[in-house]
Design a protein around this ligand. Structure first.
Ligand SMILES: *[C@@H]1O[C@H](CO)[C@@H](O)[C@H](O)[C@H]1NC(C)=O
Ligand SMILES: *[C@@H]1O[C@H](CO)[C@@H](O)[C@H](O)[C@H]1NC(C)=O
Length: 364
């Protein structure tokens, strides 16, 4: 009898993320006309789409999906509250922010400002955060001294982000991921980390840890065309101290249609893909990075959209055993639209700020 009870207990928890921490990878790169000098940001338009045009009742975005709150600016605190609020209500522990570095090129400076608006939001909402560094930008921005620039970027992270209370630490070291490497390899990283104390717990993309230098402690998985086969092989075979698994709803890139060029392979988008990759990750790792929260161009979004509503955050909310309910997602969306509607009424805005704060901290 006791064995039977124990067995059902174990079976029950096998399908819950008991003890597993769920994070989401977040893009800080969306702009509206209001925040971008009168033109929609390139991540809503790519080369040829125009959100001011409505086709079959939907705004023309460089994506197959449409945000439930409409195309937004990543640095808008009301948008950030909605996004991070939905995450918290889903039982997600925090955000891994795609971070452009400190170089001033293309839209990188705005992306960094937006990243910092998101970081402010994590403090209001009570979430953790960490950075995914884009070393590829050193090439894209034609940086002449790549090691010098990367060293400056790390100093900036240490002084401004790693010191924050809610920066995610692993074994007392700030967790730092690189989206690659794609430009800097092996001993270059040792040189770049020389001035940094404590050294970060540094992670590369999957199957690349040997390129991450001597401080590299592990890898994180990502979406790829071999779907569960590639993930299963990685979970089974890669032996590094820190492994962050992944889950995603699909891969439906808009690059070709948007005139940008890029991958053309796809993975079916929807609940099945998400459940399969999420369950595999829950069985194999203690930390999961969902890819992604909002990469509309690549079609990997779990944030609520017109097409899929709260499908993905509902699944996460059930798996994490969050005390919040589906109705809390609706309240957050309502708060967002009320803030828009009453933008000129300071009294009302103060009430809405309090409503958000209470909702976000009622189970703390
Ligand atoms: C904004 O647009 C105006 C008019 O097109 C232009 O003169 C100005 O340089 C732009 N500013 C920025 C920061 O892009
Ligand atoms: C502003 O909001 C307050 C609080 O909800 C409300 O009592 C007041 O009537 C509003 N003022 C205007 C001008 O709508």
């Amino acid at each position: 009898m006791r064995t039977l009870l124990l067995l059902s207990f174990l079976l029950f928890f096998a399908f819950n993320c008991n003890g597993v921490e769920v994070y989401v990878h977040m893009m800080p790169w969306f702009e509206t006309k209001e925040t971008n000098n009168g033109t929609w940001g390139i991540h809503w338009t790519m080369d040829n789409e125009d959100p001011d045009v409505v086709i079959n009742g939907k705004q023309d975005l460089a994506s197959f999906y449409h945000p439930q709150i409409g195309p937004y600016a990543s640095g808008d605190p009301d948008v950030v509250d909605w996004q991070l609020g939905v995450m918290k209500a889903a039982g997600i522990s925090g955000v891994f922010i795609d971070w452009p570095g400190t170089v001033d090129f293309a839209d990188y400076r705005k992306n960094k400002q937006n990243a910092e608006a998101i970081i402010d939001g994590t403090q209001r909402t009570g979430l953790k955060f960490a950075v995914v560094y884009e070393d590829h930008n050193l090439n894209l921005a034609f940086v002449p001294d790549q090691i010098g620039q990367a060293t400056e970027d790390m100093a900036y992270l240490q002084e401004n982000y790693f010191v924050k209370d809610n920066y995610l630490h692993v074994d007392e070291k700030p967790l730092l991921m690189d989206f690659g490497p794609q430009v800097l390899y092996e001993k270059m990283w040792d040189q770049i980390f020389t001035p940094i104390e404590p050294k970060p717990a540094f992670l590369t993309l999957w199957n690349q840890h040997l390129q991450g230098g001597s401080y590299c402690e592990g890898e994180y998985a990502w979406v790829w065309l071999d779907f569960l086969d590639g993930l299963t092989t990685w979970y089974d075979q890669v032996d590094v101290p820190i492994k962050i698994g992944t889950a995603y709803p699909g891969f439906q890139p808009f690059y070709q249609m948007g005139g940008w060029g890029g991958p053309t392979w796809t993975i079916d988008y929807g609940e099945d893909t998400f459940r399969q990759s999420f369950e595999l990750a829950l069985q194999n790792t203690e930390m999961i990075q969902i890819c992604t929260w909002n990469d509309y161009g690549e079609g990997t979004i779990i944030e609520p959209t017109d097409e899929f509503g709260t499908t993905f955050v509902d699944i996460i909310q059930q798996a994490t055993g969050s005390k919040y309910t589906h109705e809390d997602f609706e309240e957050l969306t309502n708060i967002y639209f009320m803030r828009r509607k009453h933008a000129d009424n300071a009294t009302k805005l103060e009430e809405l700020r309090n409503q958000y704060h209470e909702l976000m901290h009622k189970f703390d």
